[in-house]
Design a protein around this ligand. Structure first.
Ligand code: BES
Ligand code: ZN
Ligand code: ZN
Length: 485
């Protein structure tokens, strides 16, 4: 899709559809006369996500007007605007609208709103149907969208760019996540990352099985050994030029391209969904693209341990004990708790590469969805300062996060006499014991763990987002880097 920024009065905009925000309880003066019956009947109330499409409105040059309910002004933050912009794009699909103008006037003509709308327009245009060859019945949305503001604020240009870059990165991440597991193998995922790194001039490295063996990544290799697909430890690095700030941020994403559970095999019902077990990794790859374009002042290394968890004849068994890169030994009691194993080695490797602060994102446990459902990701940490920075970045991105406990008591459940730690706790608090396992490997390095098992994928489409991958927590990753000081 072609996305542009324009500056002029909204009434002068000419397009197949002019999108105008309407405040709840308000009445747009330029529409009040011709649309009076719609306002009077309550068909236009301005409630959030209410859409009314009208053809041939007197006094406006555009063929149609889409009045987009934007709710009460006090609730209209960046997250709300992003959803409205996204939903507007989805509403227009299949309606023969090729060009659209998204108007932001009055108080809405500000940098944050422009960034939010730019992101929303892009994410709302994305569909998970790339591999459908029969395009009949596929509803097409606008091909060209212009965001028109009636303001000369110079900060709007940079905001538009930031919003666009984040929207494009979210869609890249969703493209990668939605790929089927026969196509998106660990090797293919590494190639996707390499392509991004090459285009964006990021340093790139990928460790193969031999290098992992040399280094001693026994925890990751144990998971990988049940699959015919070789593992890949993907490393993408951004170094700021010019003005820099202290710190080296490590972003780590779980990249299990398919999780059968291994020998502790999962039930077949719903197993196909486990293709999204690499969504954390895809968010890292997308975030690195955005970071390369937006150029924060902090150094950022993106790491994606990519493996397939299969029950092949060489697969690891419950009872196996592996030696991790950190030197700590791990007793495997359940081969389906594989995410924490590959992340343990990725966390240690990030520290070896010099990262001073770590954030990992992983579809780690079903238990986090039991605890929080699908609205909020679970956040665990060993460092309150980094957590607060993370929460602020997430709030700005409109990605909901909830602080979960990580008290010493949870460590009890991971004790074993045979090794330093075992890879599962008991029945209760599964998301917390998984996080506790990771904490063991982060040591004293400030670290935040984000369990996105409930939030990285929508089973049903929403007015503002297609079914499938959401890209979470990419926006938080990017904002964390951009706000670093
Ligand atoms: N990838 C799964 C977690 C998951 C479950 C993600 C549902 C998305 C939706 C993870 O590898 C896993 O299997 N975790 C187990 C841990 C258990 C064996 C301690 C789980 O959550 O059941
Ligand atoms: Zn698993
Ligand atoms: Zn998994």
């Amino acid at each position: 899709m072609e996305l542009k920024l324009g500056r002029r009065a909204v009434a002068a905009a000419e397009a197949d559809a002019l999108i105008l925000l309407e405040t709840e309880g308000g009445k747009r003066s330029e529409l009040a006369m011709p649309l009076a019956p719609l306002y009077d009947s309550g068909e236009i109330s301005g409630k959030s996500l209410e859409f009314t499409l009208i053809h041939g409105v007197e006094g406006l040059k555009s063929k149609r007007v889409l009045v987009a309910g934007a709710g009460k002004p006090e609730k209209r933050d960046a997250a709300v605007l992003r959803r409205i912009a996204s939903a507007a794009m989805r509403f227009l699909k299949g309606k023969g609208v090729v060009s659209a103008v998204f108007a932001l006037d009055g108080a809405d003509a500000n940098p944050d709103a422009v960034a939010a709308v730019a992101t929303g327009v892009l994410t709302g245009s994305w569909e998970p149907d790339r591999l459908k060859t029969n395009r009949e019945g596929v509803r097409v949305g606008p091909a060209a969208v212009e965001i028109v503001v009636d303001s000369n604020d110079a900060a709007i240009d940079a905001a538009f760019e930031r919003g666009r870059v984040i929207g494009e990165a979210l869609n890249l991440s969703r493209d990668i996540s939605v790929e089927p597991p026969n196509v998106l193998t660990p090797t293919a995922m590494a190639e996707r990352a390499r392509a991004v790194a090459n285009t964006e001039s990021l340093s790139f490295d990928v460790l193969d099985r031999d290098r992992m063996k040399q280094l001693g990544m026994g925890a990751l290799l144990g998971v990988a050994q049940g699959s015919a697909e070789p593992p890949a430890m993907i490393v993408m690095q951004y170094k700021p030029q010019g003005e820099t700030v202290n710190g080296h941020l490590g972003l780590i994403g779980k990249g299990v391209t398919f999780d059968t559970g291994g020998i502790s095999i999962k039930p077949s019902d719903g197993m196909e969904k486990m293709k999204y077990d690499m969504a954390g990794g895809a968010a890292v790859i997308g975030a690195m693209q955005a970071i390369a374009r937006l150029k924060p002042k902090v150094a950022v290394t993106g790491i994606v341990p990519a493996v397939e968890n299969m029950p092949g004849s060489r697969a690891q068994r419950p009872g196996d004990i592996v030696k991790s890169l950190s030197g700590k030994t791990i007793e495997i009691l359940n081969t389906d708790a594989e995410g924490r194993l590959i992340l343990a080695d990725a966390v240690t490797y990030a520290m070896q590469l010099g990262c001073t602060h770590l954030v990992d994102a992983a579809t780690l446990t079903g238990a986090i969805a039991v605890a929080l459902g699908f609205a909020s990701s679970g956040v665990f940490t060993n460092n309150e300062d980094l957590r607060l920075r993370w929460m602020a970045a997430a709030q700005q991105a409109g990605e909901k996060m909830w602080h979960m406990p990580l008290d010493d008591e949870y460590r009890e459940q991971l004790k074993t006499v045979y090794a330093d730690i075992q890879n599962i706790g008991g029945r209760w608090g599964g998301a917390c014991t998984a996080a506790m396992f990771l904490k063991e490997f982060a040591g004293d390095t400030p670290w935040v763990h984000v369990d996105v098992a409930g939030t990285a994928w929508f089973d049903d489409e929403k007015p503002y987002l297609a079914k499938g991958p959401t890209g979470v927590p990419l926006g938080s990753f990017v904002n964390l880097a951009m706000n670093w000081q």
